[in-house]
Design a protein around this ligand. Structure first.
Ligand SMILES: NC(=O)c1ccc[n+]([C@@H]2O[C@H](COP(=O)([O-])OP(=O)(O)OC[C@H]3O[C@@H](n4cnc5c(N)ncnc54)[C@H](OP(=O)(O)O)[C@@H]3O)[C@@H](O)[C@H]2O)c1
Length: 265
């Protein structure tokens, strides 16, 4: 997709990866509508982009509130005059033994990470199809290809998002609307709790900088990539898990024991 003058609806813009994506897109001449809960952070991001010659609108909404979400997408679409690019980046995670994850937490993770991207896509897609062009970008995770112990709900949500992206991409082939699924490995942002960082250090998990991840994402968008899995070993193990999952079971066994020591704190 050509990003100069592209009209972009971005969720999760107040977060580590989302704000870095917003900066990159704005530098390339895109106009943004940032939907999120954290109005103060989003307004200061929009002002920063404006100071550098960019243009960004802020639309306040808790994406877990159905009415607020629907209204926010309508308002953002109106402010932009249409949406060329939807980036579903808002997300939440949990690093806990499965029985300790409350029903409410499970529902919120699936709702925010999977159902919300589907509903936002459903809302912006008709005008893209009518124009015969547009792009949907879903920010998934390595955990959407490899189910990780202690991240059960998060893994389930990202497996779902990957499936949705793949099915929709096939359904929209020839329509002019592209679908891109991105799977970052662990990134240094507030999504991860202190316990996750301690676990990552103990297990020597690779951790990327949000700016680097955002640059890769924006390059993938410009190339209309079908998907992007970040990190060479993670990409290889994701593929291997698809056809030889028992090998990955064995490979993760020792790491799981270590990871379990850090949950819940
Ligand atoms: N960090 C990682 O290790 C990692 C790895 C792979 C994939 N990812 C994915 O990358 C995406 C961005 O994550 P991040 O690392 O940038 O995390 P982050 O810094 O915690 O940002 C998450 C964003 O989601 C927003 N959000 C959460 N709940 C919301 C709600 N109910 N309504 C509206 N917005 C809400 C947050 O807004 P508030 O400011 O209002 O909370 C924030 O802007 C997520 O989809 C995540 O799953 C992250």
């Amino acid at each position: 997709m050509k990003l100069q003058n592209a009209r972009v609806l971005l969720t999760g813009g107040a977060g580590g990866i989302g704000s870095a994506i917003a900066e990159q897109l704005s530098q390339r001449g895109a106009t943004l509508a940032l939907i999120g809960r954290n109005e103060l952070v989003l307004r200061s991001l929009a002002a920063r982009l404006g100071d550098k010659g960019g243009s960004a609108h802020v639309v306040y909404a808790n994406l877990l509130d159905p009415e607020a979400r629907t209204q926010a997408v309508s308002q953002a679409t109106e402010l932009l005059g249409g949406v060329d690019l939807l980036i579903n980046c808002a997300g939440m995670s949990s690093f806990q033994p499965f029985p300790e994850q409350s029903p409410e937490l499970l529902e919120n993770i699936i709702q925010l990470n999977l159902i919300t991207p589907m509903l936002l896509t459903r809302q912006v897609l008709p005008q893209m199809l009518q124009r015969g062009g547009g792009q949907i970008v879903n920010i998934g995770s390595t955990f959407g290809s490899i189910g990780f112990a202690w991240f059960t709900a998060y893994s389930a949500s990202k497996f779902g998002l990957r499936g949705f992206s793949e099915a929709l991409r096939r359904e929209l082939e020839g329509s002019g609307v592209k679908v891109t699924y991105i799977a970052p490995r662990a990134v240094k942002t507030a999504l991860n709790s202190g316990a996750v960082y301690r676990m990552a250090e103990a297990t020597r998990m690779n951790l990327d900088e949000p700016d680097w991840v955002a640059r890769k994402i924006v390059t993938a968008i410009e190339a209309d990539a079908k998907d992007l899995h970040l990190g060479a070993p993670e990409k290889y193990f994701s593929r291997l898990n698809g056809f030889l999952p028992r090998l990955i079971d064995a490979g993760l066994r020792r790491q799981n024991k270590l990871m379990g020591q850090f949950t819940g704190s």
